[in-house]
Design a protein around this ligand. Structure first.
Ligand code: ZN
Length: 168
């Protein structure tokens, strides 16, 4: 799988909810997880690999000794958001660029797992909260650089013109 580079059109689309959970979807999810680990990312949204459907994969367990813990959410939505935090973010679709982004601190996410069971995830600050908000933004057609202030966005665009991968 190839990760699409900002500002690809599909990255700006609002993704469709998943309605059918079948073998093709399971293979797609496994491919997404593999792609995320190969790119050394902590999260990936389906539209980043060209499918505008509401699937995200992530692994916020940063301790290598405990091995890999891939998580999959279908049709995730943030139902509660409290507080505020600012943290450094990067994105596989914007390689080589990082910036501080303001987010809610604690969130409650409702979604379905890859078997279609309802799940709730509560994230109180930290990497998990940041990662979930970043990936759910992707499903809504928002990349983290879209959240930069106008001044910073202008600076980003100048820098990005120089550093973005040229084969896209
Ligand atoms: Zn991203």
């Amino acid at each position: 799988m190839k990760v699409l580079i900002y500002p690809h059109e599909i990255l700006k689309k609002v993704s469709e909810p998943v309605r059918n959970i079948d073998g093709a979807l399971q293979r797609f999810i496994d491919d997404m997880i593999k792609t995320m680990y190969e790119a050394e990312g902590v999260g990936l949204a389906a539209n980043q690999v060209g499918e505008p459907i509401q699937v995200i994969v992530f692994d916020c367990e940063t301790d290598d000794k405990r091995g890999k813990h891939p998580m999959v959410l279908l049709n995730p939505r943030i139902v509660e958001a409290v507080g505020e935090m600012v943290g450094e973010e990067g994105c596989l679709s914007v390689p080589g660029y990082g910036a501080k982004i303001r987010r809610a601190e604690s969130i409650l996410v409702k979604a379905f797992d890859r078997e279609g069971r309802e799940v709730e995830i509560e994230a109180q600050g930290g990497l998990l909260s940041k990662c979930l908000q970043h990936e759910i933004d992707h499903l809504n057609g928002i990349c983290f650089v879209d959240r930069l202030s106008p001044v910073k966005k202008t600076l980003f665009k100048k820098k990005w013109a120089k550093i973005r991968p040229k084969d896209e």
